[in-house]
Unconditional design. Structure first.
Length: 132
């Protein structure tokens, strides 16, 4: 619950850029084979969307493959034209930089628009919230 509050405070400004009923939320996290971690990311995605009354939401687990990320973004539900992109658990700078690059390129080419939230980079604060 505390972690959700940290995330909520991080995205509060970005939420103003979208229409919660007409636009979507995309949570982007580092790819993992750990089923418990995947379940937690699914849970967080669902809770964030529900708390903010966002109808369409999806999680995307990414690697360094720019091609796969582009494909995932392109295949999003076409009924929605704007998406709030929330990066979570992108612990390697390369993943976050790749996400920024792909979002920038995609926004120039596609009708869909992606609004990238700032990344939670205060890992010490996150650690303290999770462990208390």
């Amino acid at each position: 619950k505390k972690f959700l509050n940290v995330v909520q405070n991080n995205i509060i400004e970005s939420l103003r850029m979208i229409d919660k009923k007409k636009d979507g939320l995309i949570v982007v996290a580092s790819s993992t084979v750990n089923s418990k971690a995947k379940a937690e990311i699914n849970y967080l995605t669902r809770k964030i969307a529900k708390k903010n009354k966002i109808n369409f939401y999806k999680k995307i687990l990414i690697t360094l493959s720019e091609k796969n990320l582009k494909k995932n973004l392109k295949n999003l539900n076409s009924r929605y034209s704007k998406f709030l992109v929330l990066p979570l658990f992108l612990f390697r700078g390369n993943l976050l930089e790749n996400l920024r690059l792909v979002i920038s390129k995609t926004n120039k080419k596609e009708k869909k628009k992606f609004f990238l939230c700032s990344h939670l980079s205060d890992y010490k604060k996150i650690y303290n919230v999770i462990n208390n």
